[in-house]
Design a protein around this ligand. Structure first.
Ligand code: SAH
Length: 247
């Protein structure tokens, strides 16, 4: 007997931002697998549903566990925050398939999209992602810091709006300050910078400042930082990047 595996995202936090497709997958599941705080966002609808909470750092192990449950016939949902394909569990599931039991390739595996943090954060402040943009995770848990610096440099040179995920954590307090330093050498000091904390939740809070004045200590694990392009500007209470850059 073969079960299924659906990778979902809970969105940024507010219940209304979880998609109906994700809610349907959750309602059908026999087993939920995920990082504890994300599982806590999922309402209990079925008392028979098993919940397998794990630590944040053991992504690949968690993915293998979910795949073996599905292979044993369970209807498994792997729960991420935001969108499951953006710096989250979906890629870990496919990495586990790539290196794991060949039988896993025959499983019914699906990904449901979710509202990722940068979209919720942008909506809190206006339309800062209105032109070309990119997303970079500042976490060097899974990649070298030199690669992150190279990408920041390239994104600044190409004048993208830059969404920074994982800007800071207790284990990595200095990286955002280093990122700002690098960006200041390339971009204008008056470039808008946004710190959006708990976007898409009832506790959402945004700080709008400039690259010259940006204080890295204002970011924590629940903050998404947006660094504008040369065309990004403040319009009243809002921040917006025009769609075009034609003179
Ligand atoms: N899969 C998630 C991202 C996981 S990486 C997604 O698509 O949103 C975790 C990082 O996402 C956090 O360090 C933070 O930078 C950002 N983040 C997640 N939820 C957020 C929220 N509600 N508000 C602001 N940033 C958030």
């Amino acid at each position: 007997m073969s079960g299924s595996l659906v990778v979902v995202g809970t969105g940024p936090g507010k219940a209304e931002l979880m998609t109906p497709a994700t809610l349907a997958a959750l309602a059908k599941a026999t087993d939920l697998v995920g990082y504890g705080p994300y599982l806590d966002r999922v309402p209990v609808t079925r008392p028979d549903q098993r919940r397998h909470a794990s630590d944040n750092r053991v992504e690949l192990e968690r993915a293998r566990h979910a795949l073996s449950l599905a292979a044993s016939g369970r209807e498994v949902v792997v729960v991420s925050g935001g969108d499951p394909g953006v710096f989250a569990m979906a890629a870990a599931v496919f990495e586990a398939v790539e290196t794991g039991d060949p039988a896993w390739r025959a499983l019914d595996i699906r990904v449901e999209p979710g509202v990722t943090a940068m979209l919720a954060a942008a909506a809190e402040v206006g339309a800062p992602l209105g032109g070309d943009f990119c997303a970079i995770s500042l976490s060097d848990n899974l990649k070298a810091w030199t690669i992150i610096e190279r990408r920041l440099h390239a994104a600044a040179e190409a004048d993208f709006v830059i969404a920074l995920y994982n800007p800071a954590s207790k284990a990595r307090p200095h990286q955002l300050a280093r990122a700002f330093e690098l960006l200041r050498a390339i971009k204008a000091g008056d470039t808008p910078v946004l710190f959006v904390r708990a976007a898409g939740t009832t506790e959402a809070a945004a700080i709008a400042t400039t690259l010259a004045a940006a204080d890295a200590t204002q970011a924590d694990m629940r903050t998404l930082v947006i660094v504008g392009a040369s065309t990004t500007r403040r319009i009243g209470r809002w921040v917006s990047t025009p769609r075009g850059a034609k003179p």
